[in-house]
Design a protein around this ligand. Structure first.
Ligand SMILES: [Cu+2]
Length: 173
């Protein structure tokens, strides 16, 4: 148990430092330090460190994903089916933790995302978190790049990442 008066004195020093920091940060447009609590608790733990990202899960040697279909350069009419191939790992629904497991993500007309963060979800980053092995797509006419990227239970790519070649398809209707 920390002596209360010492704790308050320490808190005041911290507050002064925070105010100084906040004034400094105004110039850099960064968020000011959060306000110190008005009534500090002597038993309060030290400020929590930044939340650490979970470590990337390892992928086994030889693991690979690929497009069973369509083939690179295919001319397609919507809707068309994209089939995912996987070797050396097993599919598991998102949220389920296993060894050498993950689920497919289909990247459409987008470069690879950051490998140390969960893959975002939008039209260009499709998740197949129910462990699906294919999808029926309807895309407007145009040229598209497609790439598969496996993600773990938290949608984070493995280390090393398990990803397909980039293929290019032409949607003609
Ligand atoms: Cu995912």
């Amino acid at each position: 148990m920390i002596d209360l008066s010492k704790a308050i004195a320490l808190q005041m020093q911290k507050s002064a430092l925070a105010a100084l920091l906040a004034a400094t940060l105004l110039y850099s447009c960064a968020s000011p330090e959060p306000q110190e609590e008005a009534a500090p608790d002597a038993d309060a733990p030290a400020p929590a460190p930044e939340v650490a990202l979970p470590p990337r899960k390892p992928s086994p040697e030889g693991a690979r994903v690929w497009f069973v279909s369509p083939g690179d350069g295919a001319a397609l009419t919507s809707p068309f089916v994209v089939e995912f191939g996987l070797e050396g790992m097993e599919l598991l629904p998102a949220g389920e933790i296993g060894e050498n497991t993950g689920h497919h993500h289909l990247l459409v007309n987008t470069p690879l995302p950051r490998m140390d963060l969960p893959i975002i979800t939008d039209d260009a980053h499709m998740h197949f978190g129910l462990a699906q092995t294919s999808v029926e797509l309807s895309l407007a006419p145009g040229t598209y790049t497609l790439q598969l990227l496996l993600g773990d239970d938290l949608h984070i790519p493995h280390e090393p990442p398990v990803m397909s070649e980039v293929i290019t398809v032409e949607v003609t209707n």
